[in-house]
Design a protein around this ligand. Structure first.
Ligand SMILES: [Zn+2]
Ligand SMILES: [Zn+2]
Length: 122
């Protein structure tokens, strides 16, 4: 592989997401929703593994109207990752650069992801 991938610039993509410009010239875009859904922290991963209980009673906390999901802070963690603090207070997700690049939602990456699935020869 080439030299390690590093973001050159990172910022808000409109009101709904994030962009990252990489040192290889690629510009990644993300929506807050997808980033949050793919939060790599332990509690979010556990949450996803749990089967949804159809008879579960929503807590008053869950029934409260929520503001649209957004990140309030993105802080670098060493040279390899970013920590995202969300507007609902969640801040335990550490997104590695590798993960972020793999999660890229730009049209180019999304179409190459489907191509890879078809050929599946790494
Ligand atoms: Zn999380
Ligand atoms: Zn991309």
């Amino acid at each position: 592989m080439s030299t390690s991938l590093q973001p050159l610039r990172l910022g808000k993509e409109g009101e709904t997401g994030l962009f990252i410009e990489w040192n290889d010239g690629h510009r990644s875009v993300y929506t807050w929703k997808n980033l949050r859904e793919q939060c790599p922290c332990a509690s979010c991963r556990e949450e996803k593994l749990k089967a949804e209980d159809p008879f579960r009673i929503l807590t008053p906390e869950e029934l409260k109207p929520k503001p649209p999901l957004a990140a309030v802070e993105i802080t670098p963690v060493g040279y390899y990752a970013y920590k995202i603090t969300w507007n609902d207070g969640h801040d335990t997700g550490i997104y590695t650069l590798e993960n972020l690049r793999a999660m890229c939602e730009c049209p180019e990456c999304r179409s190459s992801a489907t191509q890879n699935q078809q050929t599946s020869s790494a």
